[in-house]
Write a protein that binds this ligand. Structure first.
Ligand SMILES: *Cc1c(COP(=O)(O)O)cnc(C)c1O
Length: 496
C-alpha cells in the first residue's frame, strides 16, 4: 500500500505521518495538514456494496491512515460507531417524495459532527501512543454550536486530556447551548465568548501557533491539539459516509453501480463538503458537489466570482452552525486547485488576514467546476421546512432546509436530472423554535422544551436520548469572556 504523508498547505515544512498530523491539529506555520496525495480506492465499488458502516469506514480510512496499525484502527472504529448511535445503520439514506436525504444526525449529540468526533478521541489516543507522547493533551475547540458538544462527549473523562470549548454566547440555539453547559466530566471546560464563531475560531487558531504560549505549555508538559475540522482527523472519517450514501442508493436500486450522483451539502467551515471532494478524488462517481450557504454567503460569492471577501456583516440566522465568514477548510481546496502551490496559498491567506479578501487566478477558477454554489435566504429556509413537511410529513432541521432550498434552485438553474443526495446535518430536535414555527404558526410562543414534546407527537417518534432530560440537567459551566480574553481563560484553566 502507498504510504500517505501529510504536509502543511502554507509551507514546505517536512512531511509527517498521519498520527503526528492528528496529534498536532494545525501546522506550526498556521497552515492545515493535507495528504501528499489522495489515495485511490483499491477495491471495486461493487465490493463496497456489501459492507456495513464499520467495514466501509475501515476500507476508506486505512487508505489515509497508513501509519496506523490495522488492529488499532479496527478497534477504534468498533468503539466509535456503536450503540451511541440510535440506529445500527449509523447514517441512513432515506427517500421522501422525490428527494434523498442522508441522515448524519443519529449520534449522541444529534448533529453530523458525531460522525467524526466519535472516533477522533481514539485516533488521537493511538497517535499519542505511537509518538510516545507523555504530555497532557489539551483539545482547543471553537464551535458554532455542534462541534462543541460532540467534542465534549467524545473527550469527557478521557485520561490524559482536557477539552476546552469556546462558543459564541449569542450565536447558538438554546438546545445547543444547554447541551454544552450541562456537560459532565472533570476534564471538560465550556466558555461563552462575547463574539461570533469567526472570533472563536481565530482565537483558537492564534493560540495553536502562539510561540510563547506553546513554550509555557511545553514547560508544563502539555500540548495542544484541536477538535475542529482544521484537524485532518476530523475530515478523514467524513469521507466514509459519501461512499455509504452511494452504496445505499445502489442497494435500493435507485442507481446502477458506476452512475454519477450529486451531493448537496449545507456548508459553513467547508469541512463536510471537502470530505465529499476527497471521496470524488478517491474514485466515487460524483458529478457536482453543491455547496449550500445561508445568508452568510461568502462561499456562494467565491464559487461564482473567484473572489473571497469576508468584509461584510455577519448575519445571525436560523442555521447557526453555518454562520461563518472564514471557512477554514477552503484553504485545503485552494491548495489542491493551485497544483499544491503552498507559496500561493500563503499569499492568499496573508491577504485574507490583511485586506479581508483575495481573488484566485484564472487557472484556479477553472478548477472550481466540481462545485456549484447556491444560498438560501431565511425565507427560503423556512419555506423548505414547510414544503417538505406538507408534501411528505418529513421534518427537516434548519441546516438541512438550507440544503434542500439550494438544491431546488440548482434544479431550476441547471435542469440537471442526476440523482442528488441532500446531506442532512442535524436533527430537527436541536432547532425546534424555527422548525415548528415553519410547520404551523400555532407553535409560536411555546418554549424549546414544550416544542420538543410537540415535535415528538407529530413525528410519532421518541424524543432522542441525547436531549431527553436536558431540561432538568444542572448547568455546570458558567464562564463568559470577551473575545480577546480567550488566552487568559486557557492559562487559568491550565494553571500556566
Ligand atoms: C457544522 C455544521 C454544518 C457545517 O459543516 P462544515 O463542515 O463546517 O461546512 C452544517 N450543519 C450543521 C448542523 C453543522 O453542525
Amino acid at each position: 500500500m502507498e504510504q500517505i504523508y501529510y504536509k502543511s498547505t502554507r509551507g514546505n515544512e517536512k512531511l509527517v505521518k498521519s498520527a503526528e498530523a492528528i496529534a498536532r491539529g494545525l501546522s506550526d506555520d498556521g497552515g492545515l495538514f493535507v495528504p501528499t496525495s489522495i489515495p485511490k480506492l483499491t477495491v471495486e465499488l461493487n465490493e463496497l456494496k456489501n459492507m456495513n458502516y464499520k467495514e466501509l469506514a475501515f476500507t476508506i480510512m486505512k487508505e489515509f491512515l497508513t501509519d496506523y496499525d490495522e488492529k488499532d484502527l479496527l478497534e477504534s472504529i468498533d468503539k466509535a460507531y456503536d450503540e451511541k448511535f440510535d440506529t445500527g445503520i449509523i447514517a441512513p439514506l432515506v427517500k421522501h417524495g422525490q428527494s434523498y436525504f442522508l441522515e448524519l444526525y443519529h449520534g449522541p449529540t444529534l448533529a453530523f459532527k458525531d460522525m467524526a468526533l466519535s472516533i477522533l478521541p481514539y485516533l488521537l489516543k493511538n497517535a499519542v501512543k505511537k509518538l510516545n507522547i507523555n504530555k497532557e493533551m489539551v483539545i482547543l475547540t471553537a464551535t458554532s454550536g455542534d462541534t462543541g458538544k460532540a467534542a465534549l462527549e467524545g473527550f469527557a473523562n478521557v485520561p490524559g486530556t482536557k477539552i476546552i470549548v469556546f462558543f459564541p454566547q449569542e450565536g447558538v440555539s438554546e438546545i445547543q447551548k444547554r447541551q454544552m453547559l450541562t456537560q459532565t466530566g472533570d476534564n471538560t471546560f465550556v466558555i461563552g465568548i462575547e463574539g461570533n464563531f469567526d472570533d472563536a475560531q481565530n482565537g483558537v487558531k492564534q493560540m495553536l501557533t502562539d510561540e510563547n504560549l506553546l513554550k509555557s505549555l511545553e514547560e508544563n508538559n502539555k500540548m495542544f491539539s484541536s477538535a475542529n475540522s482544521i484537524n485532518i482527523g476530523r475530515l478523514i472519517p467524513q469521507v466514509v459516509y459519501y461512499f455509504y450514501a452511494y452504496t445505499q442508493l445502489c442497494n435500493s436500486g435507485e442507481i446502477n453501480t458506476g452512475d454519477a450522483i450529486n451531493f448537496c451539502v449545507p456548508t459553513g467551515n467547508f469541512g463536510n463538503i471537502l470530505a465529499g471532494y476527497y471521496a470524488k478524488r478517491m474514485g466515487l462517481p460524483i458529478k457536482k458537489l453543491i455547496c449550500a450557504s445561508n445568508e452568510n454567503k461568502v462561499l456562494f460569492d467565491f464559487i461564482n466570482t473567484g473572489i473571497y471577501d469576508r468584509q461584510r456583516d455577519f448575519v445571525i440566522t436560523m442555521s447557526p452552525s453555518m454562520d461563518i465568514l472564514i471557512s477554514s477548510n477552503l484553504e485545503r481546496l485552494l491548495y489542491a486547485m493551485s497544483g499544491e502551490d503552498s507559496k500561493k496559498i500563503k499569499n492568499l491567506m496573508d491577504k485574507l488576514k490583511s485586506d479581508g479578501k483575495y481573488e484566485i487566478d484564472d487557472n484556479m477558477k477553472k478548477e472550481l467546476q466540481d462545485f456549484f454554489g447556491g444560498y438560501a435566504t431565511e425565507e427560503d429556509t423556512a419555506h423548505a421546512i414547510t414544503e417538505v413537511y406538507k408534501n411528505t410529513n418529513y421534518v427537516i432541521d434548519t441546516h438541512t432546509a438550507v440544503s434542500y432550498a439550494v438544491y431546488q434552485k440548482y434544479l431550476e438553474t441547471t435542469k440537471d436530472s442526476t440523482k442528488t443526495v441532500i446531506v442532512s446535518t442535524a436533527s430537527p430536535y436541536k432547532f425546534t423554535p424555527d422548525v415548528m414555527k415553519s410547520i404551523d404558526a400555532k407553535y409560536i410562543g411555546l418554549n424549546d422544551f414544550e416544542l420538543i414534546k410537540e415535535l415528538s407527537k407529530i413525528t410519532k417518534g421518541d424524543i432522542p436520548v441525547g436531549i431527553k432530560d436536558l431540561e432538568t440537567r444542572p448547568v455546570l459551566h458558567k464562564t463568559v469572556c470577551e473575545k480577546d480574553e480567550m488566552q487568559i481563560q486557557i492559562e487559568k484553566i491550565l494553571k500556566i
